[in-house]
Design a protein around this ligand. Sequence first.
Ligand code: NAD
Length: 472
Amino acid sequence: MDIGAKEIELIVREVLAGINWNNPPAAFIPAQGDHGVFEQVEDAIWAADAAQRQWVNDYKVEDRRRIIEAIRSMARNHAESLAGLVQEETGMGRKEDKIQKHLAVIDKTPGVECLITEAISGDGGLMIEEYAPFGVIGAITPSTNPTETLINNTISMIAGGNSVVFNVHPGAKNCCAHCLKLINGTIVENGGPANLITMQKEPTMEAVNRMTEDPRIRLMVGTGGMGMVNALLRSGKKTIGAGAGNPPVIVDDTADIALAAREIYLGASFDNNLLCLAEKEVFVMESAADELIWQLQQEGAYLLQTDQLNDIMTFAMTTKDGSYEVNKSWVGKDAGLFLEAIGVQNKEVRLLICETDKAHPFVMVEQLMPILPIVRLKTFEECVKSAKDAESGNRHTASIFSRNVDNMTKFAKEIETTIFTKNGATLKGVGIGGEGHTTMTIAGPTGEGLTSARSFTRRRRCMLAEGGLRII
Ligand code: NAD
């Protein structure tokens, strides 16, 4: 007997309809994970979906607050060991700075407190708008802030009533799995549901595709390079995309140069310049250039000569189809290692600086290395134009050192970045040493900006008509 696709579909439907899902047959029970870490992404989605239903049905907002506080407290105790594990596995960045990044997301990622119900009461009745969960969120995380993004996304997303299936960067899968298990352990110890955050043990592109195709995943959140963000946007699934930056800094002829050097040195050397929002190139007005370079050297920066820069270019960059790309094996390495490779011994140095022209590959390509090109230009207008070219329309982060309010305003308007810092390291724009909350997911391309719990919720309205419940 021949059976067509239609008949097979009908048989499957009948079988599925007859199953008691409260006590399903063994074939339908998903594999058990290891504290949220699963072999197959399907099981990770199944478990996160079940956990999310419990999270919204069986727990109050106060439980969310209490459990998030427990996660913060556990993560604070592990900040140093997590920073060490990330540094060891990825081979990028500086442990002491990674501890600071962990503490920033632990202490300054907002929780349920930012989900404030809005109400309007008038002659037409009472309207409330509330922040409701999406459901299960699929989150892609980068190698540059792996566990920091995992902690930050977890707090923001579960505060909003969601569960999360992570696809972490393959180069950071072990530290992320360890961190995810610690968080799930804390949630369960504090009476919360198992598997509120899950991941496939071996992250793959195939798993990302399964996530975008699965109807139970209601939102994708991608933090990383533009290739990944664009792939998610093309998938057709609702996406929050946090992509690449290449933040320019302008130092004009009114700036406090000592302050500029101190802050640029702090930001550009932090974690070997791995942060997407770190200062990546400087455009300085001619009259301030010599002093800025001298002051940067006083801070500890090493000034590369032209031949030394050319030597570094030969291994730190590669060319493909005539355009430059970073050599990934040099991303986030210590400045001292670059010097060692060109025959200079200086292990203590944190930042290399060099003078280049405005079209140099170190200016135009987001290199994520502790090498800061400095371009001297005659006018402020040239600085703005070159900064815009280098930022390449990412609209991510930019900064200015100036005492001229007109210049500050002009650059901010032209560059249109999500984060704009004045007279301070760009780190301060993400709450590290500055005001405002911290996030590791800065969603420029899709417009949510510096994400928090509110970004991962749906606004829903309830309208009570006829003036009911009003007291005037
Ligand atoms: P990456 O793009 O190589 O990887 C990020 C994640 O995307 C990884 O999990 C990777 O496995 C996945 N991925 C890569 N290509 C994909 C594709 N085609 N489809 C689906 N998934 C894919 O980035 P990285 O090297 O880990 O991180 C550095 C980059 O991330 C830099 O460009 C940096 O500016 C950016 N970043 C942005 C933010 C932000 O908040 N905007 C934060 C951190 C990092």
